[in-house]
Design a protein around this ligand. Structure first.
Ligand code: FAQ
Length: 313
């Protein structure tokens, strides 16, 4: 079939910054690109519940426990909006989950690192959610309507999460010498993996050219990483925490900090399934999936029964 006419309409919509909607014609590669990115994002939210969920029963106060519970629940909700957005592209939830559980689909490298102390919960909120927001604000204007709309609520919630983490770090940095040391140790361990979250350098990012052309990503991996460093350094200084990079210096000309690149060999290793917690995370997701089977079956049976009643009525 000659698709020239449809392609012109698609390109014209992008040029006018109009959203592409599920019923619109779209190139196959655009659809595939979105399914890949949105599902990777959804999986990240759901796997991202694990390192923090691990601390709910050990939170140091009832207040901290309630806040963490709400945060982890939010992440589950983000997964739900994102899976739903991905489904509008013609792939089923079962297929998406299967891709995660069989290791075919990626999820963010960051969630393959362990949470060793309570300060890690602070570092995740401050640094990991901080990086997630930096990347996701632009996604509120991504070209695919359902993804953009899901991101609006996600970004609002992520900014609470970032503040929750910064509050923990502030309290610990101002606490006893042991608490302060714990906070510093968490920053030292989470700094480099957080920089990796933005993806490989632009020159080595195979998906970026199409993502920018199709207005899926509005800014590049390196631009966002730089902005994150610029924003985060003063926040660390304010509470007296330092970053494990001797190369961090203010560059007057670029009005930003110079910084050392993370270890990209480590990044490749983690996204190939060999990070410190990859196996543990997937095993946990598989177990949760198996143990939740009866809930899914019961929900489906209930929905089918309701449908039958409606048909009779
Ligand atoms: N981890 O060509 P690019 C969160 C892969 S949500 C794993 O640059 P792209 C909330 C990439 O998939 C965090 N894999 O790719 C939260 C590609 O492989 P593929 C998740 C990565 O798509 C907080 C290959 O490397 N956020 O944290 C990573 O243009 C706290 C080449 O890369 C999103 O997913 C990585 N870090 O750019 C939850 C945001 N980076 O697929 C709980 C949406 C790259 O070709 C607690 N996603 N890869 O086999 C994006 O913006 C983009 O997909 C990037 C990657 C920026 C992640």
């Amino acid at each position: 079939m000659d698709t020239t006419h449809f392609e012109e309409i698609f390109e014209a919509k992008l040029a006018r910054n109009e959203m592409i909607e599920p019923k619109d014609w779209m190139p196959d590669n655009y659809r595939k690109h979105l399914i890949r990115q949105i599902s990777q994002h959804a999986h990240s939210e759901v796997v991202g519940m694990l390192p923090e969920g691990n601390w709910i029963t050990r939170a140091p106060s009832l207040r901290a426990k309630k806040i963490l519970l709400a945060k982890v629940q939010d992440e589950g909700g983000h997964g739900l909006y994102l899976y739903t957005a991905a489904e509008t592209l013609g792939i089923s939830r079962d297929e998406l989950i299967d891709q995660l559980l069989t290791g075919v689909a990626k999820y963010s490298s960051i969630f393959n690192y362990p949470t060793l102390t309570w300060a890690d919960i602070g570092a995740i909120g401050w640094l990991v959610d901080g990086a997630a927001i930096m990347n996701q604000v632009m996604l509120q204007r991504t070209s695919y309507g359902p993804y953009a709309r899901a991101m609006v609520r996600i970004c609002k919630e992520e900014s609470f999460h970032q503040r929750q983490g910064y509050e923990i770090m502030t309290m610990m940095a101002r606490g006893t010498p042991e608490q302060r040391a714990m906070a510093q140790d968490a920053v030292n361990r989470w700094w480099w993996p957080t920089l990796m979250m933005f993806g490989p350098p632009d020159a080595e990012s195979p998906n970026s050219a199409n993502a920018i052309k199709w207005k899926i990503k509005r800014e590049s991996n390196d631009q966002l990483r730089q902005r994150f460093v610029n924003q985060t350094l003063p926040q660390g200084e304010l509470i007296g925490l330092t970053f494990p990079d001797k190369g961090l210096t203010w560059n007057e000309e670029k009005q930003g900090y110079d910084f050392t690149a993370p270890d990209w060999a480590e990044f490749k290793n983690v996204i190939s399934g060999n990070g410190p917690c990859n196996r543990e995370r997937l095993a946990m997701r598989r177990r949760a999936h198996d143990e939740g089977r009866w809930v899914r079956e019961a929900a489906q049976a209930y929905a089918a029964k309701n449908k039958r009643y409606q048909a009779v009525a």
